[in-house]
Design a protein around this ligand. Structure first.
Ligand SMILES: [Zn+2]
Length: 439
């Protein structure tokens, strides 16, 4: 397909507002408009096309170019975009403008031009006799919770089971990046990408009235100690290596469960962090955080105690025994769950029933409420900290030894002047979801 046709296709796709999760005046997801465009474009070019329905009403669209074997390469794309708040008033983000070098418009680079390139490729190859099948899938919700990709992965898993598809590799045609490791500007071709975990902390303090604060300890106080130990601390994140460097963990939210004003000290706290990895496993992250949480819990109790001693001295009162300090402990969710299961053999059902109450909540808040419930069933003594993970989870993908990636690297040598190759990418991608299927 010639470049002008690709530009026209990109402009048509950008003209369709598909801001992630947004809806039109009839209440339908805007993203579905792009899925429908891709569907009719592909079918009008004689390509077998199918919708994959996402449970929330959005749609993925799959286009197949059948080869003569079960060997299949998957090309993945997403048809949602981020919002348009950053566009100056008076400009139309859905109208593509050219400045002579670049095209500007919401989603041009991320990633409607990628969809155009993939569709152009399918159209160009449709009359070739291919040994390997090519399956193109475009999904919604990439900029949010990856609802589309999660549905697509299940669909691909079913194809593998039913028709013995052999996925040899996946290409993600997402946004263009410059390869900053090169002196001259080159486009980066990336052979893998970073994984993302969302470690969370739930803290339960010990109840006290503000008139006698040393009778207990604030969950917010313990939590803030923990947050300050973790926030952007390179020692907590993955160690950089020659091939992979990830930014340190960052706090994304902290909150307590207080809904209105009260003079009780805060009892329930939760926080979660963005945590990027190439090689560290979730278990290793938990082990690392457990050590930090134990240190922080101990430190917050020590500070609380030393302030208590100072206060008692200043008012000439004797010190009282604070037996609750001995109860302070850090648990993983797994440990709390096992204990709770002994007290409630129908624990999973209890959790499911109670989650209906939290159905309206954000997934992170929902997770914190589940942890609170399970801790209660486990009858943990306060104060305590629970470490767990909440969605989203993106596995990492490090493919230095993959034959598929090695082949791509070799082919790219022909285009030495314009593109650079790296095995790792420190931005989050949906691509690694496919690793589960390929390996
Ligand atoms: Zn993207």
């Amino acid at each position: 397909m010639n470049p002008d046709d690709l530009i026209t296709l990109t402009k048509d796709l950008v003209a369709l507002n598909s801001i992630s999760g947004s809806k039109n005046e009839t209440g339908a997801f805007n993203e579905n408009g792009v899925a429908e465009y891709i569907f009719s474009y592909a079918t009008s070019h004689g390509l077998p096309t199918k919708y994959i329905e996402v449970p929330d009403g959005r749609r993925c669209v799959a286009v197949m170019l059948p080869g003569t074997s079960r060997q299949t390469i998957v090309i993945i794309a997403h048809h949602d975009t981020v919002g348009v708040e950053d566009y100056p008033s008076g400009t139309n983000p859905f109208e593509v403008r050219s400045d002579g070098t670049f095209l500007h418009g919401r989603g041009v680079a991320d990633m409607k031009s990628g969809i155009a390139v993939a569709l152009g490729l399918l159209v160009d190859l449709r009359n070739e006799k291919l040994k390997t099948s090519i399956l193109f899938i475009s999904s919604p919700d990439e900029e949010n919770e990856s609802a589309g990709m999660r549905t697509a992965v299940q669909y691909l898993g079913n194809l593998k089971k039913k028709y013995k598809f052999n996925y040899i590799g996946a290409l993600n045609v997402d946004s263009l990046l410059e390869d900053e490791t090169q002196e001259k500007t080159k486009l980066a071709i990336l052979g893998g990408s970073v994984g993302k975990l969302l470690p969370c902390v739930y803290v339960e303090g010990r109840s006290a009235h503000v008139s006698a604060p040393y009778a207990g300890i604030s969950a917010d106080f313990i939590g803030s100690m923990l947050v300050s130990e973790i926030e952007t601390n390179p020692r907590v994140g993955e160690k950089p290596s020659r091939n992979s460097v990830v930014p340190p963990p960052s706090l994304l939210k902290l909150s307590d469960f207080k809904t209105d004003y009260s003079v009780e000290i805060p009892l329930h706290f939760f926080a979660y962090f963005n945590y990027l990895v190439f090689e560290t496993t979730p278990r290793e992250v938990l082990q690392k955080l457990k050590i930090i949480a134990e240190k922080s819990l101990k430190k917050s109790i020590e500070i609380n105690f030393s302030r208590y001693l100072t206060f008692q001295k200043s008012v000439h009162k004797p010190n009282e025994h604070r037996a609750w300090e001995r109860n302070a402990r850090v648990y993983t969710y797994e440990e709390v769950y096992e204990t709770a299961l002994k007290n409630d053999p129908y624990l999973d059902q209890t959790i499911h029933t109670s989650t209906d109450t939290y159905a309206h909540l954000d997934l992170r808040e929902k997770s914190a409420h589940i942890v609170q419930l399970v801790s209660k069933i486990a009858r943990l003594q306060t104060p305590f900290v629970v470490l767990y993970f909440a969605p989203p989870y993106y596995p990492s993908s490090y493919n230095a030894n993959s034959p598929f990636i090695k082949t791509i690297k070799n082919v790219l040598q022909k285009y030495e002047g314009t593109s650079g190759f790296r095995f790792t990418y420190s931005g989050v991608s949906e691509g690694p979801e496919f690793r589960i299927l390929v390996t």
